[in-house]
Design a protein around this ligand. Structure first.
Ligand code: TXA
Ligand code: MG
Length: 341
């Protein structure tokens, strides 16, 4: 897939015009390149090149039954690839570029490899200026899942991508830390006769979606623990986004158990306002987001989970965020990280 000495890989491409031009050239040549988006880093390839798309699945270790999101610049860019329903146009006008993925009926141009054989395709116009520059320079739709090994925590820094893939992924375009930090909201608006349905909660809340649409949206129903998810969202596996260290959830303010003899545990908390309990012996507290700012907590969650996963704790305890706004997406990811779907 690449030339050069694997000892020197991966190469970080800078977010300069030269770095962007190089990334676009590599993508046109069928390479997989990790790219920054405002949500998380993606493992991108030319969506119109089956061989390149296949390579995404093999680098990521992702099962072929889990479809990919296709990235583009705007509604116009996607005309050849997806059928926009009236509601899809309203959402795109309000939220693009941004952290919203629309599931729409696909056209024949989109390979069943990308959609795992379904007749819908997930499309998103990301807001990150570097990603947009690459899309413009490349002139191709880019298929990109999050740039983490399947099942592990998503990357919000170029360094996270390097740490997970090393030389197996030769090219990473470094666009700095992601400003949103959680994956996009996914909403199915493919069927004009059905109500819009959120498949994955994210930065754009169900309330925001229904305000924009002037009608209610259906919320996701998580798969029961240990059970394969329904066909609607095949990638939304119960255990996902997981550190290797066991992670368990706590109600806000409830302290973790004391760890047995001499072990250390981490306790992630959201706001000093939820309580000032002293941690039990052996537990170290990590505040996520200042003064209960959940947008900031979302931005930092994955970097913190990765750091704690490296630090040798026996267990990571995390209190649940309030079940509203950003808290819905945060709790969804935390439940999956804890294997609770
Ligand atoms: O923020 C994001 O969405 C990031 C950045 C890189 O854009 N991407 C991302 O991709 O999170 P990934 O592959 O990690 O998650 C995409 C999810 C999967 O759960 C997949 O099953 C679902 O989107 N998906 C893709 N196509 C679908 C379709 N046609 N119908 C239903 N779900 C779909
Ligand atoms: Mg992912």
């Amino acid at each position: 897939m690449h030339s050069g000495d694997s000892e020197e890989l991966p190469a970080f491409l800078p977010s300069t015009p030269e770095g962007v031009a190089r990334a676009a050239e590599l993508l046109r040549a069928g390479e997989v390149v990790a790219l920054p988006t405002e949500t998380v880093y993606g493992l991108a390839a030319n969506a119109l090149d089956e061989r390149a798309v296949r390579h995404i699945f093999s680098v990521k270790g992702r099962p072929l039954i889990d479809p990919l999101i296709v990235h583009g610049l705007d509604v116009e860019f996607f005309q050849e690839f997806a059928q926009f329903t009236p509601l899809a146009r309203v959402l795109a006008a309000a939220c693009w570029p941004g952290p919203l993925t629309l599931v729409l009926r696909k056209t024949a141009v989109i390979s069943p490899l990308i959609t795992a054989g379904r007749d819908t395709v997930a499309v998103r116009a990301p807001a990150h200026s570097v990603m947009r520059a690459v899309l413009a320079a490349c002139g191709r739709p880019l298929a990109a899942p999050s740039a983490n090994p399947f099942g592990y925590i998503s990357p919000t820094r170029a360094e996270h991508v390097r740490a997970s893939f090393g030389g197996r992924l030769p090219w990473i375009l470094d666009g700095g830390p992601c400003t949103v930090g959680l994956e996009s909201t996914i909403v199915d608006v493919s069927d004009p006769t059905a109500p819009p349905r959120v498949l994955r909660p994210g930065p754009i809340t169900p309330e925001a979606l229904s305000r924009i649409l002037g009608q209610p949206v259906q919320s996701p129903t998580p798969a029961p623990v240990g059970q394969a998810p329904g066909l609607a969202a095949p990638g939304l596996l119960a255990r996902h986004y997981s550190p290797r260290t066991p992670l368990a959830l706590l109600e806000p303010g409830a302290p973790p158990d004391s760890p047995p003899g001499g072990r250390r545990v981490a306790w992630i908390r959201f706001s000093p306002a939820t309580g000032t309990e002293h941690p039990p012996a052996g537990a170290e507290v990590f505040w996520l987001g200042q003064n209960g700012d959940l947008a900031e907590a979302a931005r930092e969650l994955y970097a913190l989970l990765r750091r704690l996963d490296q630090a040798g704790y026996a267990k990571i305890w995390c209190e649940k965020a309030p079940e509203a706004g950003w808290g819905l997406a945060l709790n969804d990811r935390l439940r999956r990280a804890a294997g609770q779907g």
